[in-house]
Design a protein around this ligand. Structure first.
Ligand code: SF4
Length: 119
C-alpha cells in the first residue's frame, strides 16, 4: 500500500482447516508504515554487519515466539550480541540440538509432498 500509494486494502484470511474466508478492511496507516520501515532498516544493517538480531524484548511472552520455529535456537544463542559464525558454533555444540537434530535420510529429502496445492 505504501509504495503503490494505495489508501485502502483488504486482508484476506483463509482458515487452514475448513478453507473459510474472512476479510478485513485495512486503511493506510503512515505511522505503522514508519515503524515497519524502521524495523526493516535495522534488520538490513544487522545483516550487513553479520550480526544476529537480538531477541524480542518480551521473548517467550510475545505471541510471535509461541508460533516461531526458531525458539530453541533463540534459547541456545541467548541474547548477547554475536555474529552468525559464533552463533552457528554455539548451536552445533549444544546438546539439545545434537539430540533433536538427526541427519535426514536421502529418501526423506527427495520425498515428494503428498498434498500438492492445485495452483
Ligand atoms: S523465539 Fe522467534 S520470535 Fe521469539 S525472539 Fe526468538 S526468533 Fe524472535
Amino acid at each position: 500500500m505504501h509504495y503503490f500509494k494505495i489508501q485502502n486494502g483488504i486482508l484476506l484470511y483463509e482458515g487452514k482447516d475448513g478453507q473459510e474466508l474472512r476479510e478485513f478492511e485495512i486503511k493506510y496507516d503512515p505511522e505503522r508504515v514508519k515503524g515497519l520501515l524502521q524495523a526493516l532498516s535495522k534488520l538490513k544493517k544487522e545483516i550487513e554487519i553479520d550480526s544476529v538480531p537480538l531477541r524480542l524484548d518480551d521473548y517467550l511472552n510475545n505471541w510471535q515466539c509461541r508460533y516461531c520455529n526458531f525458539d530453541e535456537i533463540c534459547k541456545i544463542i541467548s541474547n548477547e550480541p554475536t555474529d552468525w559464525k559464533k552463533a552457528k558454533e554455539k548451536i552445533k555444540l549444544s546438546p539439545a540440538f545434537k539430540e533433536e537434530k538427526k541427519e535426514p535420510k536421502i529418501s526423506e529429502i527427495n520425498k515428494e509432498p503428498e498434498d500438492e496445492i492445485p495452483f
